[in-house]
Ligand binder design. Structure first.
Ligand SMILES: [Zn+2]
Length: 361
């Protein structure tokens, strides 16, 4: 049984240098509903020009298993399409070609990738829409590929297309999309944000990543995920501050979960960027693994080979019985002062013994 939302996976081949990781992070920060992750390694698309269905069949052994967790796999490449398209798709896989990009526009490929993502989303909202001439609308077919420059700068839907898609999204607002794991209404809301971001960056001729980096709130990588029973929140906040003071970046839901966003989805997008998990047991005794969803997240850390550290806070009562999957891990006990629990916790998270670690003054 699977109850988690599927994410859009951003990937590239070895020829492309599009920073998928940064783009996924930035997109997660601007989108309210859609969630993005990045593929860790370059994808092999072969050496020949991209052809549909040939290349899509070639890459299927890799992409098929990915579609269990992802609703759409987007692959950026420098290889040309045999028909000179920018992009094409086969079911849940879309390959985007940046071949000859610098002859068409001086805008960064990062802006281009986010722009194409918007176009794929627009096409799923209304598969029948298409302008055969270049109008600057996301529904331009771009027979003349030079139109991409103006399209990225305008970033928008024309009035006619917006009216039609808006009406359709109102009529079928709860209908879920296939390539994006959310509803029509949610997709349209995020599409407007994506299109606006592409336009804002492209009009100023700046990299969309630079635009996002200057905006507050784009999260970074985290050292440790704090998993706890919500009754112990006050004590966990102290632990969070203590870790910060020791130069670590802990992930604490109170700090990083935006209100109004389902936390499972936000957390799922963040988890690949967290290096360890601390399972906190506080005065309320019950372990956080008693919540089914949290247990699933902890299992994910275990399966990724990340350290999972049971932590007993100083005001924790008796030692609860750890679930089987946590019993192999050494715990850190703040109820004792020897050995120094802070040193042990930092060691567990970073893998560096405290006496070998340079702590900034
Ligand atoms: Zn239009």
């Amino acid at each position: 049984m699977r109850d988690r939302l599927k994410t859009v996976l951003l990937a590239r081949d070895a020829l492309s240098d599009v920073p998928c990781d940064d783009l996924a992070r930035g997109l997660n920060a601007i989108c309210k509903h859609l969630r993005f992750t990045s593929h860790p390694e370059p994808v092999d698309l072969g050496k020949a020009p991209i052809a549909n269905p040939l290349t899509y069949r070639f890459v299927a052994p890799l992409t098929k298993p990915l579609l269990v967790d992802h609703s759409l796999v987007l692959i950026a490449t420098e290889l040309p399409y045999d028909n000179n398209y920018f992009w094409d798709s086969d079911d849940e896989v879309a390959i985007i070609s940046f071949w000859g990009w610098s002859f068409l526009t001086n805008l960064p490929k990062t802006n281009g990738l986010v722009g194409f993502l918007g176009r794929i989303l627009a096409q799923e909202l209304d598969p029948s829409a298409r302008h055969d001439t270049n109008t600057g609308c996301v529904y331009d077919f771009l027979w003349d590929k030079r139109g991409i420059d103006a399209a990225l700068r305008s970033g928008a839907m024309c009035r006619e297309c917006f009216g039609r898609v808006r009406a359709q999204a109102d009529r079928e607002h709860a209908r879920r999309l296939r390539l994006f794991d959310c509803t029509m209404a949610q997709s349209l809301e995020d599409l407007m944000v994506i299109a606006d971001e592409v336009s804002q960056a492209s009009k100023r001729e700046i990299d969309i990543l630079a635009r996002w980096q200057t905006k507050a709130g784009v999260p970074q990588d985290f050292d440790v995920f704090l998993c706890y029973n919500s009754d112990d929140r006050a004590s966990v906040r102290e632990l969070f501050r203590g870790l910060q003071q020791r130069g670590l970046t802990p992930w604490f839901d109170e700090e990083y979960l935006r209100p109004g966003i389902p936390w499972q989805r936000e957390l799922e997008a963040t988890i690949p960027r967290i290096r360890a998990a601390a399972v906190v047991v506080g005065p309320h005794g019950q372990g956080p693994w008693q919540q089914v969803e949290l247990e699933a997240f902890l299992r994910e850390f275990v399966s990724r080979g990340c350290p999972v550290i049971p932590v007993f806070l100083k005001d924790a009562g008796g030692t609860p019985e750890l679930p089987l999957f946590l019993r192999a891990f050494t715990w850190v006990d703040f109820r004792k002062t020897e050995p120094d629990p802070w040193g042990r916790l930092v060691w567990g998270v970073t893998g560096v013994r405290p006496d070998q670690r340079c702590v900034p003054p």
